[in-house]
Design a binder for this molecule. Structure first.
Ligand code: HEC
Length: 192
């Protein structure tokens, strides 16, 4: 093979490599989007149902236990870590790690310059504990129903229950369409 042929072949391989990587990236982002959509709508449905049936006390259990169950189910099915996080979290177990924190700060900046939180997302391939992982986050806007437990005027009975379960709660004082937090997905990338 002469020099020119080698160059062409190298360029071709590089291109192929890039497109394959890009295709994998698109695929990962789309499946992550789909999972988050599923999680979000399941959660909202469960919240509305619980509010109707048992009032906010029952709904607290939904946001608390059901969210975990739904996220765990997706995690188990796909081998991902799926969760929710926030700069102002209610449960310390949902506190962001360094990468999540930087993305949440980036979302806050984007919101400050007028971007709509619905549809706000970010993804990146990162090295975590020496292994490659695809990480994805999608902002969660504050809807009217969320204000009952995350707003500025929370009914005393709910407030009491929340304070009992989460003495260090940071997740109140949100306004409509504020970024309440984000869904977060970590998908390990297996390398040959
Ligand atoms: C009935 C009360 C209630 C309602 C309504 C409610 N939440 Fe929550 N939310 C909670 C509780 C309790 C937790 C803590 C869950 C846990 O222990 O993981 C929580 C946690 C969260 C978290 C995880 C981060 C954190 O703060 O720990 C997010 C994100 C969140 N809620 C978003 C929402 C959104 C968005 C809505 C509206 C669609 C909503 N919540 C409605 C009670 C509620």
């Amino acid at each position: 093979m002469n020099l020119k042929q080698t160059a062409v072949l190298t360029a071709l391989l590089l291109c192929l490599g890039t497109t394959t990587a890009q295709a994998a990236g698109h695929w990962r982002r789309n499946t992550a989007r789909q999972a988050v959509k599923e999680l979000g709508s399941n959660l909202k449905k469960a919240l509305k149902q619980a509010m109707k049936e048992g009032g906010p006390a029952k709904a607290i259990a939904v946001c608390n236990e059901k969210a975990l169950l739904i996220a765990d189910k997706i995690s188990l099915e796909r081998g991902w870590r799926v969760g929710r996080t926030s700069l102002k979290y209610r449960n310390p177990a949902n506190a962001p790690d360094a990468w999540e924190r930087s993305v949440l700060l980036q979302f806050a900046k984007r919101r400050a310059i007028g971007e709509n939180p619905a549809g706000m997302e970010f993804s990146e391939v990162v090295k975590k504990n020496g292994r490659l992982a695809f990480r994805y986050m999608k902002a969660i806007p504050t809807a009217p129903i969320c204000l009952k437990c995350h707003g500025s005027h929370i009914a005393p009975a709910i407030e009491k229950e929340i304070r009992k379960l989460y003495p260090d709660d940071l997740a109140t004082g949100f306004k409509l369409n504020d970024i309440r937090g984000a869904f977060t997905i970590t998908e390990p990338i297996s390398t040959p």
